[in-house]
Design a protein around this ligand. Structure first.
Ligand SMILES: Cc1ncc(COP(=O)(O)O)c(C=O)c1O
Length: 417
Protein backbone atom coordinates (compact mmCIF):
# COMPACT_ATOMS: atom_id res chain seq x y z
CA UNK A 1 0.00 0.00 0.00
CA UNK A 2 1.43 3.34 -1.05
CA UNK A 3 4.36 1.15 -2.00
CA UNK A 4 4.51 -2.37 -0.71
CA UNK A 5 7.12 -1.50 1.91
CA UNK A 6 4.54 0.25 4.09
CA UNK A 7 4.57 -0.91 7.71
CA UNK A 8 2.10 0.24 10.30
CA UNK A 9 -0.32 -0.37 13.14
CA UNK A 10 -3.97 -1.08 12.53
CA UNK A 11 -6.21 0.82 14.88
CA UNK A 12 -9.95 -0.01 14.64
CA UNK A 13 -12.15 2.95 15.57
CA UNK A 14 -15.05 1.54 17.55
CA UNK A 15 -16.38 -1.96 17.35
CA UNK A 16 -18.88 -1.42 14.58
CA UNK A 17 -16.85 1.10 12.65
CA UNK A 18 -16.08 0.41 9.05
CA UNK A 19 -13.07 2.68 9.20
CA UNK A 20 -9.65 1.78 10.49
CA UNK A 21 -6.56 3.86 10.65
CA UNK A 22 -3.10 2.63 9.93
CA UNK A 23 -0.48 4.74 11.67
CA UNK A 24 2.78 4.68 9.86
CA UNK A 25 5.93 3.72 11.65
CA UNK A 26 7.85 5.20 8.78
CA UNK A 27 8.80 8.83 9.25
CA UNK A 28 8.91 9.72 5.60
CA UNK A 29 6.08 11.63 4.01
CA UNK A 30 3.41 9.55 2.29
CA UNK A 31 1.69 11.07 -0.62
CA UNK A 32 -2.12 10.93 -0.29
CA UNK A 33 -3.27 8.10 -2.39
CA UNK A 34 -6.15 5.80 -2.94
CA UNK A 35 -5.46 2.13 -3.09
CA UNK A 36 -7.68 -0.90 -3.42
CA UNK A 37 -6.90 -4.42 -2.45
CA UNK A 38 -8.79 -7.57 -1.47
CA UNK A 39 -11.39 -7.44 -4.20
CA UNK A 40 -11.75 -3.61 -3.90
CA UNK A 41 -13.42 -3.82 -0.51
CA UNK A 42 -10.68 -1.86 1.25
CA UNK A 43 -9.84 1.70 0.36
CA UNK A 44 -6.62 3.06 1.77
CA UNK A 45 -5.93 6.75 2.05
CA UNK A 46 -2.45 7.79 3.08
CA UNK A 47 -2.15 11.28 4.54
CA UNK A 48 1.11 12.35 6.07
CA UNK A 49 1.99 9.51 8.42
CA UNK A 50 -1.59 8.24 8.72
CA UNK A 51 -3.27 5.83 6.35
CA UNK A 52 -7.02 5.52 6.57
CA UNK A 53 -8.49 2.21 5.50
CA UNK A 54 -12.16 2.10 4.64
CA UNK A 55 -13.34 -1.39 5.45
CA UNK A 56 -16.68 -2.88 4.57
CA UNK A 57 -17.87 -5.66 6.86
CA UNK A 58 -18.28 -8.20 4.10
CA UNK A 59 -14.52 -8.17 3.50
CA UNK A 60 -14.30 -10.33 6.63
CA UNK A 61 -16.78 -12.92 5.40
CA UNK A 62 -15.48 -16.23 4.08
CA UNK A 63 -15.53 -16.04 0.26
CA UNK A 64 -17.85 -19.02 -0.28
CA UNK A 65 -20.48 -17.39 1.96
CA UNK A 66 -20.58 -14.20 -0.11
CA UNK A 67 -22.54 -16.17 -2.74
CA UNK A 68 -24.84 -17.96 -0.26
CA UNK A 69 -28.57 -17.58 -0.84
CA UNK A 70 -30.39 -17.20 2.48
CA UNK A 71 -32.54 -20.11 3.70
CA UNK A 72 -36.20 -19.30 3.13
CA UNK A 73 -37.93 -20.01 6.42
CA UNK A 74 -41.67 -19.74 6.92
CA UNK A 75 -42.93 -16.52 8.54
CA UNK A 76 -43.13 -16.45 12.36
CA UNK A 77 -46.68 -16.82 13.65
CA UNK A 78 -46.94 -13.26 15.02
CA UNK A 79 -45.59 -11.73 11.81
CA UNK A 80 -47.99 -13.84 9.78
CA UNK A 81 -50.83 -12.77 12.03
CA UNK A 82 -50.11 -9.06 11.45
CA UNK A 83 -49.60 -9.72 7.75
CA UNK A 84 -52.98 -11.41 7.35
CA UNK A 85 -54.80 -9.22 9.86
CA UNK A 86 -55.97 -12.30 11.78
CA UNK A 87 -55.38 -13.51 15.33
CA UNK A 88 -52.83 -16.37 15.47
CA UNK A 89 -55.57 -18.72 16.72
CA UNK A 90 -57.63 -17.91 13.62
CA UNK A 91 -54.87 -19.01 11.25
CA UNK A 92 -54.91 -22.59 10.00
CA UNK A 93 -51.28 -23.43 9.70
CA UNK A 94 -50.70 -26.31 7.31
CA UNK A 95 -47.38 -25.09 5.86
CA UNK A 96 -44.58 -26.45 8.07
CA UNK A 97 -45.57 -30.00 9.05
CA UNK A 98 -45.95 -29.03 12.69
CA UNK A 99 -47.97 -31.24 15.02
CA UNK A 100 -51.16 -29.27 15.81
CA UNK A 101 -51.90 -31.34 18.94
CA UNK A 102 -48.78 -30.06 20.67
CA UNK A 103 -47.01 -31.95 23.43
CA UNK A 104 -48.60 -33.98 26.26
CA UNK A 105 -49.66 -32.11 29.44
CA UNK A 106 -46.57 -33.43 31.28
CA UNK A 107 -44.46 -31.06 29.17
CA UNK A 108 -46.31 -27.94 30.37
CA UNK A 109 -46.09 -29.13 33.97
CA UNK A 110 -42.36 -29.84 33.64
CA UNK A 111 -41.67 -26.47 32.02
CA UNK A 112 -43.65 -24.69 34.75
CA UNK A 113 -41.72 -26.38 37.53
CA UNK A 114 -38.16 -26.21 36.22
CA UNK A 115 -35.94 -25.88 39.29
CA UNK A 116 -32.65 -24.73 37.80
CA UNK A 117 -33.18 -22.70 34.64
CA UNK A 118 -30.31 -20.45 35.78
CA UNK A 119 -27.80 -23.33 35.67
CA UNK A 120 -26.26 -24.42 32.36
CA UNK A 121 -27.73 -27.62 30.95
CA UNK A 122 -26.07 -31.05 30.98
CA UNK A 123 -23.73 -30.99 27.95
CA UNK A 124 -24.33 -34.73 27.53
CA UNK A 125 -28.14 -34.59 27.93
CA UNK A 126 -27.81 -37.72 30.10
CA UNK A 127 -31.42 -37.89 31.32
CA UNK A 128 -32.79 -37.50 27.84
CA UNK A 129 -30.40 -40.00 26.28
CA UNK A 130 -31.31 -42.58 28.93
CA UNK A 131 -35.01 -42.00 28.16
CA UNK A 132 -34.33 -42.25 24.42
CA UNK A 133 -32.47 -45.53 24.95
CA UNK A 134 -35.63 -46.89 26.61
CA UNK A 135 -37.80 -45.46 23.85
CA UNK A 136 -35.71 -46.74 20.93
CA UNK A 137 -34.07 -49.86 22.33
CA UNK A 138 -30.68 -48.47 21.28
CA UNK A 139 -28.10 -47.91 24.04
CA UNK A 140 -27.51 -44.26 24.99
CA UNK A 141 -23.84 -44.32 23.99
CA UNK A 142 -24.98 -44.36 20.34
CA UNK A 143 -27.26 -41.34 20.84
CA UNK A 144 -26.50 -37.61 20.75
CA UNK A 145 -29.11 -34.86 21.13
CA UNK A 146 -29.16 -31.53 19.33
CA UNK A 147 -31.01 -28.27 18.97
CA UNK A 148 -33.37 -29.89 16.48
CA UNK A 149 -32.34 -32.37 13.78
CA UNK A 150 -31.31 -29.22 11.89
CA UNK A 151 -28.39 -28.63 14.23
CA UNK A 152 -27.24 -32.21 13.80
CA UNK A 153 -27.25 -31.92 10.00
CA UNK A 154 -24.88 -28.97 10.28
CA UNK A 155 -22.78 -30.62 13.00
CA UNK A 156 -22.31 -33.75 10.88
CA UNK A 157 -21.21 -31.63 7.93
CA UNK A 158 -18.80 -29.65 10.11
CA UNK A 159 -17.22 -32.90 11.30
CA UNK A 160 -17.10 -34.66 7.94
CA UNK A 161 -16.58 -32.13 5.16
CA UNK A 162 -13.52 -30.28 4.03
CA UNK A 163 -14.10 -27.30 1.72
CA UNK A 164 -14.93 -28.52 -1.79
CA UNK A 165 -15.83 -32.03 -0.62
CA UNK A 166 -18.92 -33.33 -2.36
CA UNK A 167 -22.32 -34.14 -0.87
CA UNK A 168 -25.04 -36.08 -2.71
CA UNK A 169 -28.53 -34.61 -2.47
CA UNK A 170 -31.62 -36.28 -3.96
CA UNK A 171 -34.16 -33.58 -4.77
CA UNK A 172 -36.95 -32.89 -4.38
CA UNK A 173 -36.19 -33.22 -0.70
CA UNK A 174 -35.62 -31.22 2.48
CA UNK A 175 -33.68 -28.16 1.34
CA UNK A 176 -31.65 -27.85 4.54
CA UNK A 177 -29.06 -30.37 3.25
CA UNK A 178 -28.23 -28.18 0.26
CA UNK A 179 -28.23 -25.06 2.41
CA UNK A 180 -25.91 -26.50 5.09
CA UNK A 181 -23.60 -27.92 2.43
CA UNK A 182 -23.25 -24.41 0.99
CA UNK A 183 -22.60 -22.95 4.47
CA UNK A 184 -19.88 -25.56 4.98
CA UNK A 185 -18.21 -24.82 1.64
CA UNK A 186 -19.10 -28.22 0.16
CA UNK A 187 -20.22 -28.95 -3.40
CA UNK A 188 -23.64 -30.50 -3.93
CA UNK A 189 -24.04 -33.24 -6.51
CA UNK A 190 -27.73 -33.68 -7.28
CA UNK A 191 -29.19 -37.06 -8.14
CA UNK A 192 -32.87 -36.25 -8.69
CA UNK A 193 -35.52 -38.70 -7.58
CA UNK A 194 -37.48 -40.55 -10.25
CA UNK A 195 -40.94 -39.37 -11.32
CA UNK A 196 -42.55 -41.52 -8.57
CA UNK A 197 -40.13 -39.87 -6.09
CA UNK A 198 -38.21 -43.11 -5.49
CA UNK A 199 -34.41 -42.92 -5.31
CA UNK A 200 -32.38 -43.52 -8.46
CA UNK A 201 -30.08 -46.03 -6.78
CA UNK A 202 -28.17 -46.93 -9.98
CA UNK A 203 -27.38 -43.28 -10.67
CA UNK A 204 -26.36 -42.75 -7.04
CA UNK A 205 -23.90 -45.67 -7.39
CA UNK A 206 -22.49 -44.15 -10.61
CA UNK A 207 -22.10 -40.73 -9.02
CA UNK A 208 -20.38 -42.21 -5.98
CA UNK A 209 -17.89 -43.98 -8.23
CA UNK A 210 -17.21 -40.98 -10.46
CA UNK A 211 -17.44 -38.01 -8.11
CA UNK A 212 -16.20 -39.64 -4.88
CA UNK A 213 -18.60 -37.69 -2.63
CA UNK A 214 -18.11 -37.87 1.12
CA UNK A 215 -21.73 -38.27 2.20
CA UNK A 216 -25.31 -38.58 1.01
CA UNK A 217 -28.47 -37.28 2.69
CA UNK A 218 -31.55 -39.49 2.41
CA UNK A 219 -34.97 -38.78 3.85
CA UNK A 220 -37.53 -41.42 4.77
CA UNK A 221 -40.36 -40.52 4.64
CA UNK A 222 -39.20 -37.90 2.20
CA UNK A 223 -40.23 -34.27 2.58
CA UNK A 224 -42.14 -33.10 0.47
CA UNK A 225 -43.75 -36.22 -1.09
CA UNK A 226 -43.98 -38.62 1.87
CA UNK A 227 -42.47 -41.68 0.16
CA UNK A 228 -40.31 -44.13 2.11
CA UNK A 229 -37.00 -45.81 1.26
CA UNK A 230 -37.10 -49.61 1.07
CA UNK A 231 -34.61 -51.80 2.96
CA UNK A 232 -33.34 -53.05 -0.39
CA UNK A 233 -32.54 -49.55 -1.71
CA UNK A 234 -31.00 -48.46 1.58
CA UNK A 235 -28.79 -51.57 1.81
CA UNK A 236 -27.54 -51.02 -1.75
CA UNK A 237 -26.55 -47.45 -0.89
CA UNK A 238 -24.97 -48.54 2.41
CA UNK A 239 -22.73 -50.88 0.39
CA UNK A 240 -21.18 -47.88 -1.36
CA UNK A 241 -18.10 -46.11 0.01
CA UNK A 242 -20.05 -43.12 1.35
CA UNK A 243 -21.43 -41.89 4.66
CA UNK A 244 -25.23 -42.22 4.61
CA UNK A 245 -27.25 -39.78 6.72
CA UNK A 246 -30.80 -41.09 6.95
CA UNK A 247 -33.22 -38.41 8.12
CA UNK A 248 -36.22 -39.99 9.84
CA UNK A 249 -37.91 -36.79 11.02
CA UNK A 250 -41.33 -38.23 10.06
CA UNK A 251 -40.75 -41.95 10.69
CA UNK A 252 -43.53 -42.21 13.31
CA UNK A 253 -46.20 -41.60 10.65
CA UNK A 254 -44.81 -44.14 8.18
CA UNK A 255 -45.85 -47.47 9.67
CA UNK A 256 -42.27 -48.74 9.34
CA UNK A 257 -39.64 -49.20 12.05
CA UNK A 258 -36.87 -46.69 12.56
CA UNK A 259 -33.44 -47.83 11.36
CA UNK A 260 -31.72 -46.41 14.46
CA UNK A 261 -30.55 -49.93 15.44
CA UNK A 262 -28.79 -50.30 12.09
CA UNK A 263 -25.96 -47.98 13.20
CA UNK A 264 -24.57 -50.89 15.20
CA UNK A 265 -24.08 -52.89 12.00
CA UNK A 266 -23.22 -50.15 9.52
CA UNK A 267 -20.20 -47.96 10.23
CA UNK A 268 -21.31 -45.58 7.47
CA UNK A 269 -24.86 -44.91 8.70
CA UNK A 270 -26.25 -42.05 10.80
CA UNK A 271 -29.98 -41.85 11.60
CA UNK A 272 -31.62 -38.56 12.59
CA UNK A 273 -34.89 -38.14 14.50
CA UNK A 274 -36.77 -35.24 16.06
CA UNK A 275 -39.32 -34.33 18.72
CA UNK A 276 -40.70 -31.58 16.46
CA UNK A 277 -43.19 -33.82 14.67
CA UNK A 278 -43.83 -36.82 16.93
CA UNK A 279 -44.16 -34.81 20.13
CA UNK A 280 -45.29 -31.37 18.98
CA UNK A 281 -42.10 -29.71 20.25
CA UNK A 282 -40.96 -27.85 17.11
CA UNK A 283 -40.71 -24.58 19.04
CA UNK A 284 -38.56 -26.07 21.80
CA UNK A 285 -35.89 -27.30 19.32
CA UNK A 286 -34.93 -30.82 20.23
CA UNK A 287 -33.72 -33.55 17.91
CA UNK A 288 -31.44 -36.57 18.25
CA UNK A 289 -29.34 -38.90 16.20
CA UNK A 290 -28.04 -42.47 16.29
CA UNK A 291 -24.38 -42.79 15.30
CA UNK A 292 -21.78 -45.54 15.02
CA UNK A 293 -19.42 -45.31 18.03
CA UNK A 294 -16.50 -44.60 15.70
CA UNK A 295 -18.24 -41.42 14.53
CA UNK A 296 -20.10 -40.16 17.60
CA UNK A 297 -16.87 -39.55 19.49
CA UNK A 298 -15.96 -36.71 17.12
CA UNK A 299 -19.40 -35.14 17.25
CA UNK A 300 -19.07 -34.99 21.03
CA UNK A 301 -15.79 -33.14 20.62
CA UNK A 302 -17.07 -30.68 18.01
CA UNK A 303 -20.54 -29.83 19.27
CA UNK A 304 -21.36 -26.70 21.27
CA UNK A 305 -21.33 -27.84 24.92
CA UNK A 306 -24.75 -26.39 25.77
CA UNK A 307 -26.53 -27.07 22.50
CA UNK A 308 -29.61 -28.56 24.19
CA UNK A 309 -31.29 -26.10 26.56
CA UNK A 310 -32.65 -27.05 29.97
CA UNK A 311 -36.18 -26.37 28.68
CA UNK A 312 -35.67 -28.57 25.61
CA UNK A 313 -34.32 -31.51 27.61
CA UNK A 314 -36.99 -31.22 30.30
CA UNK A 315 -39.73 -31.09 27.63
CA UNK A 316 -38.45 -34.07 25.67
CA UNK A 317 -38.09 -36.20 28.83
CA UNK A 318 -41.61 -35.24 29.92
CA UNK A 319 -43.02 -36.07 26.47
CA UNK A 320 -41.48 -39.55 26.59
CA UNK A 321 -43.21 -40.14 29.93
CA UNK A 322 -46.55 -40.24 28.13
CA UNK A 323 -46.14 -42.71 25.25
CA UNK A 324 -49.91 -43.28 25.13
CA UNK A 325 -50.46 -39.60 24.27
CA UNK A 326 -47.78 -39.72 21.55
CA UNK A 327 -49.35 -42.87 20.11
CA UNK A 328 -52.88 -41.40 20.12
CA UNK A 329 -51.74 -38.23 18.40
CA UNK A 330 -49.90 -40.24 15.77
CA UNK A 331 -52.97 -42.41 15.12
CA UNK A 332 -55.17 -39.29 14.86
CA UNK A 333 -52.80 -37.69 12.33
CA UNK A 334 -52.46 -40.84 10.23
CA UNK A 335 -56.27 -41.26 10.13
CA UNK A 336 -56.70 -37.61 9.22
CA UNK A 337 -54.09 -37.94 6.49
CA UNK A 338 -56.15 -40.67 4.85
CA UNK A 339 -59.35 -38.61 5.08
CA UNK A 340 -57.57 -35.53 3.72
CA UNK A 341 -56.12 -37.54 0.83
CA UNK A 342 -59.58 -38.73 -0.25
CA UNK A 343 -60.98 -35.20 -0.06
CA UNK A 344 -58.06 -33.66 -1.99
CA UNK A 345 -58.52 -36.27 -4.71
CA UNK A 346 -61.99 -34.86 -5.34
CA UNK A 347 -60.68 -31.32 -5.92
CA UNK A 348 -60.68 -30.87 -9.73
CA UNK A 349 -57.40 -28.91 -9.84
CA UNK A 350 -55.36 -31.06 -7.45
CA UNK A 351 -53.55 -34.36 -7.92
CA UNK A 352 -52.47 -35.59 -4.45
CA UNK A 353 -49.69 -38.16 -3.94
CA UNK A 354 -50.11 -40.95 -1.40
CA UNK A 355 -48.01 -40.11 1.67
CA UNK A 356 -46.50 -42.03 4.60
CA UNK A 357 -45.97 -38.81 6.55
CA UNK A 358 -47.94 -35.94 8.12
CA UNK A 359 -48.25 -33.98 4.87
CA UNK A 360 -49.55 -34.52 1.35
CA UNK A 361 -47.93 -33.25 -1.83
CA UNK A 362 -50.32 -32.20 -4.60
CA UNK A 363 -49.69 -31.35 -8.21
CA UNK A 364 -51.73 -28.28 -9.15
CA UNK A 365 -53.45 -29.01 -12.45
CA UNK A 366 -56.13 -27.68 -14.82
CA UNK A 367 -54.37 -24.37 -15.46
CA UNK A 368 -54.53 -23.32 -11.80
CA UNK A 369 -51.38 -21.49 -10.63
CA UNK A 370 -49.78 -23.05 -7.51
CA UNK A 371 -48.47 -19.73 -6.15
CA UNK A 372 -51.82 -18.03 -6.61
CA UNK A 373 -53.56 -20.97 -4.95
CA UNK A 374 -51.28 -20.61 -1.95
CA UNK A 375 -51.93 -16.84 -1.84
CA UNK A 376 -55.69 -17.18 -2.19
CA UNK A 377 -55.79 -19.69 0.65
CA UNK A 378 -53.53 -17.47 2.80
CA UNK A 379 -55.97 -14.59 2.30
CA UNK A 380 -58.68 -16.89 3.64
CA UNK A 381 -56.48 -17.73 6.67
CA UNK A 382 -55.22 -21.14 5.53
CA UNK A 383 -51.46 -21.49 5.09
CA UNK A 384 -49.98 -24.15 2.79
CA UNK A 385 -46.57 -24.48 1.16
CA UNK A 386 -46.03 -24.05 -2.56
CA UNK A 387 -43.10 -25.13 -4.76
CA UNK A 388 -41.80 -23.48 -7.85
CA UNK A 389 -38.28 -24.80 -8.33
CA UNK A 390 -36.53 -26.93 -10.91
CA UNK A 391 -37.68 -30.24 -9.45
CA UNK A 392 -41.18 -29.21 -8.43
CA UNK A 393 -42.92 -26.63 -10.52
CA UNK A 394 -46.56 -26.06 -9.77
CA UNK A 395 -46.93 -28.17 -6.63
CA UNK A 396 -48.28 -27.50 -3.16
CA UNK A 397 -47.77 -29.37 0.11
CA UNK A 398 -50.48 -29.51 2.75
CA UNK A 399 -49.63 -30.56 6.32
CA UNK A 400 -52.10 -32.81 8.09
CA UNK A 401 -53.96 -30.98 10.84
CA UNK A 402 -56.91 -31.71 13.09
CA UNK A 403 -60.24 -32.70 11.45
CA UNK A 404 -61.52 -29.12 11.78
CA UNK A 405 -58.45 -27.87 9.89
CA UNK A 406 -59.20 -30.26 7.03
CA UNK A 407 -62.81 -29.05 7.00
CA UNK A 408 -61.76 -25.39 6.84
CA UNK A 409 -59.25 -26.11 4.07
CA UNK A 410 -61.85 -27.97 2.03
CA UNK A 411 -64.35 -25.15 2.44
CA UNK A 412 -61.79 -22.68 1.08
CA UNK A 413 -60.78 -24.98 -1.78
CA UNK A 414 -64.43 -25.40 -2.73
CA UNK A 415 -64.74 -21.61 -2.93
CA UNK A 416 -61.96 -21.64 -5.55
CA UNK A 417 -63.51 -24.37 -7.73
C1 LIG B 1 -36.86 -33.99 6.64
C2 LIG B 1 -36.70 -33.06 7.77
N1 LIG B 1 -35.66 -33.22 8.59
C3 LIG B 1 -35.47 -32.40 9.65
C4 LIG B 1 -36.34 -31.37 9.89
C5 LIG B 1 -36.07 -30.43 11.03
O1 LIG B 1 -36.24 -31.04 12.25
P1 LIG B 1 -36.02 -30.21 13.58
O2 LIG B 1 -37.25 -29.42 13.84
O3 LIG B 1 -35.76 -31.25 14.62
O4 LIG B 1 -34.82 -29.33 13.37
C6 LIG B 1 -37.45 -31.16 9.07
C7 LIG B 1 -38.37 -30.05 9.34
O5 LIG B 1 -39.35 -29.79 8.72
C8 LIG B 1 -37.62 -32.03 7.98
O6 LIG B 1 -38.63 -31.86 7.12
Amino acid sequence: MCGSRFMGLVDFQGTSSSLCTIKSSASSYHRPCCHSFQRTQWRVTCMASTVQVKVTGDSFIRPHLLKLSPYQPILPFEVLSTHLGRKPEDIIKLDANENPYGPPPEVFEALGSMKFPFVYPDPESRRLRAALAQDSGLESEYILAGCGADELIDLIMRCVLDPDDKVVDCPPTFTMYEFDAAVNGALVVKVPRKSDFSLDVELIAEVVEQEKPKCIFLTSPNNPDGSIISDEALLKILDLPILVVLDEAYIEFSGIESRMQWVKKHENLIVLRTFSKRAGLAGLRIGYGAFPLSIIEYLWRAKQPYNVSVAAEVSACAALKNPAYLENVKVALVQERERLFKLLKEVPFLNPYPSRSNFILCEVTSGMDAKKLKEDLANMGVMIRHYNNKELKGYVRVSVGKPEHTDALMECLNCLC
